[in-house]
Design a protein around this ligand. Structure first.
Ligand code: NAD
Ligand code: IPM
Ligand code: MN
Length: 349
């Protein structure tokens, strides 16, 4: 049966990296996949007056999975917040209840010299960040106001309820159970009430998973430990904001932000797949973007939402072979263009 993919290239380097993922999927899956494209981000605002038009949301709802490039454009920064390109990804996560964002960070051995860390430290990195994406300070009440003495004040309310925490905690425990059995919950419970509830609920849920070894870490320490000794982590479960920051950091430990894929899942296995990076306006249109994070995201899509694990393995092996053969975009210290990186993966296939 043909599976329908909602294909949302978006802004900046989004279309460039999606084009390479599409070439790979065409070779590996052929006409077992069909595609419906939609506008997201600033291009959607320009075309339809909104970063996440109703038609786009409708395509996402009916599709078996969503493959997303990136959104964001400097011209969007002056728009009212509800019209900014970023609302496209936030609206898709919220609108489709995609609450569990899995961001695996693993160093391909060939890239040991590309990591910002010493090779012996970097080579140990093999972790998954399980980031909650439906709550936290991202979706709380926010605004600008004027204080009594006439000064401007901005505010964003951080909150999690216990059901939201329990739901993502279970994804964290299940993910750890399928790996090395270690879950580290990252919070800021020494200061934040939101985090105290987070920690209490994670401990309650842990009773269902006696086989998983649970630890807790404050987010500032976690940021430090990720650089000091990333090999100590198996699965990290954390909130929306902390997970956003820690996953960019983890990407650099694993070589480059252009290497890290992600899956954002609902409770039924439906998912949105995207690189963790953004639209990279500084290199857009120059052929410098590394498409491997997006190609690896398409492999995650085949594995998690489409039941095509063998095809996912094939893509991941081809990426490893392309790297072993010397394919290096500028972020990895080389001169391969975006298309040449795609060529190298296709050649390996
Ligand atoms: P960014 O991830 O777009 O870029 C950060 C740096 O990494 C830049 O120097 C960029 O050139 C580099 N980079 C990113 N992806 C790369 C790739 N595939 N290959 C090589 N180099 C790469 O983050 P930013 O500059 O802070 O944000 C730019 C825009 O993207 C903003 O509008 C932001 O809101 C948006 N953004 C969107 C997403 C998303 O679509 N999910 C994620 C992050 C940021
Ligand atoms: C990400 C991005 C988004 C986030 C932005 C673009 C809203 O940084 O997917 O990591 O903060 O979640
Ligand atoms: Mn981010």
């Amino acid at each position: 049966m043909t599976k329908l993919i909602a294909l949302f290239p978006g802004d900046g380097i989004g279309p460039e990296v999606i084009a390479q993922a599409r070439r790979v999927l065409d070779v590996v899956c052929g006409d077992r996949l069909s595609y419906e494209e939609g506008y997201v981000g600033y291009v959607a605002y320009e075309a339809a007056g909104h970063p996440l038009p109703e038609e786009t949301l409708a395509i996402a709802r009916k599709a078996d999975a969503v493959l997303f490039g990136a959104i964001g454009d400097p011209r969007g920064d002056s728009l009212s917040r509800d019209l900014r390109p970023e609302q496209a990804i936030l609206g898709l996560r919220k609108g489709l209840t995609l609450f569990a964002n899995l961001r695996p960070a693993k160093l391909f051995p060939e890239l040991a010299d590309a990591s910002a860390l010493r090779p012996e430290v970097a080579s140990a990195i093999d972790l998954v960040i399980v980031r909650e994406t439906n709550g936290d300070v991202y979706f709380g009440e926010k605004g600008m106001r004027t204080t009594a003495n006439g000064r401007r004040e901005g505010y964003d309310i951080m909150s999690y309820n216990e059901d939201e925490v329990a739901r993502i905690a279970r994804v964290g425990f299940e993910t750890a159970r399928a790996r090395r059995g270690k879950l580290c919950s990252v919070d800021k419970a020494n200061v934040l009430e939101t985090s105290q509830l987070w920690r209490d609920v994670v401990i309650e849920v842990s009773a269902e998973y006696p086989d998983v070894e649970l630890s807790h870490m404050y987010v500032d320490n976690a940021a430090m430990q990720l650089v000091r000794n990333p090999g100590q982590f198996d699965v990290i479960v954390t909130g929306n904001l902390f997970g956003d920051i820690l996953s960019d950091q983890a990407s650099m430990c694993a070589g480059s932000i252009g290497m890290l894929p992600s899956a954002t899942l609902d409770a039924n296995g439906k998912g949105l797949y995207e690189p963790i990076h953004g639209s990279a306006p500084d290199i857009a249109g120059q052929g410098k973007a590394n498409p491997l994070a997006t190609i690896l995201s398409s492999a995650m899509m085949l594995r998690y939402s489409l039941g095509m694990a063998a095809e996912a393995d094939r893509i991941e092996a081809a990426v490893a072979a392309a790297l072993a053969g010397g394919a290096r975009s500028p972020d990895l210290g080389g001169t391969h263009t975006t298309v040449q990186m795609g060529d190298a993966v296709l050649a390996a296939l």
